[in-house]
Design a protein around this ligand. Structure first.
Ligand code: HEM
Ligand code: HEM
Length: 176
């Protein structure tokens, strides 16, 4: 049977939903959350951040299972074996980065005692989250994930507009 032209529709939905949420979380975390004083005004932004982060973790797990169980299009070619290998490696690292962010975030929230914010309860915020080791992992991974996502988006645009091979359509709906 020839490979399908596009990814499974569930993967397509999960890809674009996650992309939107992840880019929002990276921007909000780096530009706003980390600069806020740890006082009650931060309760709501932290709760939204944790809830969205947990949602991304669940979506990524569903996505990985769907990815492993569904048939995917044959690897796209960029004309360079090195770049083709890099594309596959970046996809694996993006999945790893998403799991790493979710797990380090959950670890940080559990250790610092802020999980009750999810149920609307008040908590004592630490003076700084850097008192907890997972805060370092979460910060470094965020930088790595942002760089990987930038590379990935640049590559998608290169395929679409310079090689004009319709790559983005593979992550879209239409006839198999
Ligand atoms: C894919 C999922 C996630 C992304 C992309 C993300 C992104 C970020 C970013 C960019 C920062 C700022 C880091 C920095 O620049 O140093 C941050 C901080 C933080 N995140 Fe996440 N996060 C995710 C999941 C989670 C989860 C699941 C939790 C907890 C349940 C969480 C809790 C926190 C906390 C407590 C901080 C520290 C805020 C501070 O230092 O004031 N994150 N996150
Ligand atoms: C505007 C932003 C984005 C565009 C245009 C885009 C485009 C694409 C395209 C066209 C593919 C299919 C590549 C192929 O057929 O070989 C793909 C796959 C993928 N994208 Fe994105 N993407 C974007 C954002 C993101 C973000 C933010 C993430 C995660 C942080 C992400 C994670 C992935 C992963 C893991 C795959 C591999 C799919 C799989 O094999 O399961 N993408 N993306």
């Amino acid at each position: 049977m020839p490979s399908p032209k596009r990814y499974h529709p569930l993967l397509v939905v999960l890809h674009w939903l996650s992309a939107l949420l992840v880019l929002f979380m990276l921007a909000a975390g780096m530009l706003s959350l980390k600069w806020m004083d740890n006082e009650p005004a931060k309760f709501a932004p932290l709760a939204v951040h944790m809830l969205t982060g947990i949602a991304i973790l669940v979506l990524t797990a569903v996505r990985l299972v769907t990815r492993l169980l569904s048939r995917k299009p044959a690897p796209a070619s960029s004309g360079s074996r090195l770049l083709d290998f890099t594309a596959g490696a970046v996809h694996v690292l993006l999945y790893a980065g998403l799991f790493g962010m979710g797990i380090s975030g959950l670890g940080l929230a559990a250790l610092s005692g802020i999980l009750p914010l999810l149920g609307g309860a008040a908590v004592d915020l630490p003076i700084t989250f850097f008192d907890y080791a997972p805060r370092y992992g979460h910060g470094y991974l965020a930088t790595a994930l942002a760089l990987l996502a930038g590379l990935h988006i640049a590559a998608a645009l290169y395929h679409q507009f310079i090689r004009k091979d319709g790559l983005i359509g593979r992550m879209g709906f239409g006839r198999k």
